[in-house]
Design a protein around this ligand. Structure first.
Ligand code: SF4
Length: 450
């Protein structure tokens, strides 16, 4: 849970960090270049987006039956299936498996659910040694840091900072280039793969009609982890469910359509039918499913496009959100799962620019869902009474043309007083124009005042 005032403080300090802003701006420019070259691979991208959205939506309409079918097929495949209602249960289940298998060396691949439930710190507390095999997560774990982006965990770190960490931790030369840094990662991980007792992975999709688990990745660490470890735990959310293997040819290429690598597509797709253990996590997903309108956010395939395009995310970065899936998607989910009373500030994190709607490969109108959250916040959050009164007062004022035409000294002063707190210390509050719209209109049309 994030406290609204500490959230504001964190935002305030990050927007004042000029170096960070420059880095995020460069990241945005790079992503825009990627976008230009990506969607054109489809002869009709809009049609493909609608197709994908319908596939996922259809699965949600028959969700309960498909989930039961999925479990039955997994059990028939010989998988041990566990259902976790919340984060606490999920962590305990994973720990019980790890301790039951007497695992000493545990490796882990990128997994947003693990991040969401705080698995790593829990296992650390239980003295289980876990090694991250995703290169971004590997870098973040060197200083026990949360990944800043679900796709590119270490996107917030300049290479020189990563190099500094590696020099400090592994004694390698200073100022290594990206390729050299990757060589260090591979060297460190080599032994870990060879001696791994258990691999904990996530899943991109779980498939009802076959009980399969599907992975899409670039680095090859997922395939390597599941093939080299003695046992495997798949820890995933129930929202990853699709009805059939036939859905994958549409969904998988879309999940990497804005892939930043030169391939413009993920390097490896892996489908397995028999992980040893499967932990299926709800942790608030049913609450989102119960929301008739906002439930469509669960069709998200975590491609990361909305983060890369969002002006809010590109200003404050991922850490400030304090959640596994920051950015527009998390902005929709968090207040629903954790309550509008405490998380209402999340409903404000949108300028309604609609850019995420345009680029979402699953055709989710994310900004509409954030807007709906705002309506729910206004309905359900009693602490907003003051704000409601201010807006009612403002509404009454602007409805009267005479008030609007009166941009005198007192009006400006009143407006500045009203905005002072919200506007922040780094921006100058704009002043009223010298002449009102009515005056300009009359002048332009040669109308003289009577
Ligand atoms: S509509 Fe809102 S959430 Fe979407 S990109 Fe714009 S600011 Fe971000």
């Amino acid at each position: 849970m994030t406290d609204s005032s500490s959230f504001k403080q964190n935002v305030d300090s990050i927007v004042g960090d000029a170096e960070f802003r420059l880095m995020m701006a460069a990241r945005y420019d790079f992503f825009m270049m990627v976008i230009k070259n990506s969607a054109c691979r489809y002869s009709n991208f809009e049609l493909e987006k609608s197709r994908a959205y319908n596939i996922r939506n259809k699965a949600f309409r028959n969700f309960d039956n498909l989930l039961v079918d999925f479990e039955t097929n997994c059990l028939n495949n010989g998988v041990v299936v566990k259902w976790a209602r919340d984060a606490e249960e999920a962590k305990q289940m994973v720990y019980e498996i790890v301790s039951g298998e007497k695992a000493k060396n545990v490796i882990k691949t990128k997994n947003n659910v693990a991040e969401e439930i705080g698995l790593l710190s829990y296992l650390e507390m239980k003295k289980v040694n876990v090694t991250e095999t995703d290169s971004g997560d590997f870098v973040c774990s060197s200083e026990n840091e949360r990944p800043s982006d679900p796709q590119h965990s270490a996107a917030h770190l300049p290479y020189k900072e990563i190099s500094r960490r590696f020099t400090e931790k592994y004694g390698v030369k200073e100022n290594l280039k990206p390729k050299q840094l990757m060589t260090v990662v591979r060297k460190v991980l080599k032994d870990k793969y060879l001696t791994a007792d258990i691999a904990i992975t996530g899943a991109n999709f779980i498939v009802s009609d076959t009980g399969s688990v599907v992975f899409s990745e670039d680095e090859g660490n997922v395939l390597k982890s599941i093939s080299s470890s003695k046992k495997q735990i798949v820890l995933t959310g129930i929202d990853k469910l699709v009805a059939s293997l036939d859905d994958l040819p549409t969904l998988l290429p879309l999940s990497s359509v804005f892939e930043v690598s030169k391939n413009r597509v993920s390097a490896n797709y892996t489908i397995i039918n028999k992980p040893d253990f499967l932990v299926l996590v709800d942790n608030g997903r049913s609450d989102v499913l119960r929301k008739d309108f906002q439930r469509r956010i669960l069709t998200c395939i975590e491609c990361g496009a909305c983060n890369n395009i969002c002006p809010i995310f590109n200003t404050i970065g991922g850490h400030v959100y304090e959640m596994a899936v920051p950015g527009p998607v998390g902005t929709v989910i968090k207040p629903i799962v954790e309550g509008f009373e405490n998380e209402s500030h999340f409903a404000t994190l949108c300028t309604s620019c609609h850019q995420c709607d345009d680029y979402c490969p699953m055709n989710i109108k994310i900004s509409d869902l954030i807007l709906r959250n705002r309506m729910d916040v206004a309905k359900e959050n009693d602490s907003l009474v003051d704000e409601k009164n201010v807006y009612n007062f403002m509404k009454k004022r602007v409805e009267n043309r005479k008030n609007m035409d009166n941009n005198n000294f007192f009006n400006t002063l009143q407006y500045k007083q009203l905005m002072k707190k919200k506007w922040g210390i780094r921006r100058v509050i704009p002043s009223f124009a010298e002449k009102t719209f009515s005056q300009l209109w009359k002048e332009a049309n040669g109308i003289t005042e009577k």
